[in-house]
Write a protein that binds this ligand. Structure first.
Ligand code: FAD
Length: 304
């Protein structure tokens, strides 16, 4: 069996695997798609010490670094269940029917942005349609953008973007914004933000790149169009935890709850990165989380 088995090959998983292997313990990593969300990213400018790089290049160097260690890499393998057997050993079942055993497991299966599904969203990804204001906000400096979603993440995104772009239009489907009052107050104090509630986005338009957004004003039933160059979709994140049938403790949106050591509610089971309830989802944070969980798992192993 493995000492540490990492599930997920994004920044958190890569970091967990390297930190584990550096302890000289038997380490394996299973990934459906090595690199994770980074593979879908164009420019990365906030991974400190690397001024600017591209997602696929960053993912390739993640893999290269992991390969530098004695780590069993099982890429293109999807985990379908995790259980603990009678001897207290974890058993990870794969889609291909294989079962891997390990004394500890680090879950780092990440998350995905919830999408609207409207026409244009898929087509213009990385061509004006963005999901991460911390990442892509500066690419829209001086331009007009929309934020879809008036919950906390949407309103925070709008406040953040208002300091960079020319104008922000916030589109919320419901009749009122759902964000905390203090955020709404801050939002309404900004001169370059316009809020449209009761607005159902129907299409993101463009030619080469995004050139506008169409929505229906639900009160009047009229279709409206706004010319702009960027659309940030902020309607939530979905953690990749559906496959887990264990009763590991999660919050109400399915994110795994961890403590400061990366431990979950199940002894020997750790989690790191976007799959956890940590508040900010970024590469640098996921990597730190992965290192932390690996050190937590090592501590657990020497005590048990
Ligand atoms: P992920 O990167 O999501 O990796 C999850 C891994 O788990 C993948 O290998 C996946 O294949 C695997 N997996 C999932 N389910 C299973 C399963 N059942 N079995 C086996 N494997 C599984 N952050 C920044 O810091 N800077 C940026 O500029 C930036 N830009 C971004 C742009 C885009 C378009 C997106 C989508 C995200 C961006 N982010 C950026 C966020 C950043 O990519 C994430 O915070 C980070 O990748 C999270 O790392 P992770 O390892 O926790 O999860």
């Amino acid at each position: 069996p493995y000492d540490v088995l990492v599930v997920g090959g994004g920044p958190a998983g890569a970091s967990s695997a390297i930190y584990s292997a550096r302890k000289g313990i038997r380490t394996g990593i299973v990934a459906e798609r090595f690199g994770g969300q980074v593979l879908d990213t164009m420019t990365i400018e906030n991974f400190i010490s690397v001024k600017s790089t591209e997602g696929p290049k960053f993912a390739a160097s993640l893999e290269e670094h992991v390969k530098d260690y004695d780590i069993d890499i099982m890429n293109l393998q999807r985990a379908k269940d995790l259980r603990k057997n009678d001897e207290g050993m974890f058993e990870l079942e794969l889609d291909n029917g294989g079962v891997l055993k390990s004394k500890t497991v680090i879950l780092s299966t990440g998350a995905r942005w919830r999408e609207t599904g409207v026409p244009g969203e898929e087509e213009f990804k990385n061509k004006g349609v963005a999901f991460c204001p911390h990442c892509d906000g500066p690419l829209f400096e001086g331009k007009d953008v929309a934020v879809i979603g008036g919950g906390n993440s949407g309103v925070e995104a709008a406040i953040d973007l208002a300091g960079i772009v020319q104008n922000v239009t916030v589109l919320e489907f419901a009749d009122t914004l759902k964000a905390d009052d203090v955020l709404q107050e801050r939002l309404h104090s900004l001169p370059n933000v316009e809020v449209k509630t009761g607005a159902q986005t129907t299409e993101i338009t463009g030619d080469e790149n995004v050139n506008g957004i169409t929505y229906i004003d639900r009160a009047s039933g009229e279709e409206q169009h706004v010319d702009l160059e960027g659309v940030f979709v902020q309607i939530g994140l979905v953690p990749n935890t559906e496959w887990l049938s264990t009763d590991v403790e999660t919050n109400k949106i399915g994110e795994i709850i961890t403590d400061k050591h990366g431990s979950t509610s199940i002894p020997g089971l750790f989690a790191a990165g976007d799959v956890t309830d940590s508040p900010h989802n970024q590469i640098i944070i996921s990597m730190g989380d992965g290192a932390n969980a690996a050190l937590g798992a090592f501590d657990y192993l020497i005590r048990n």
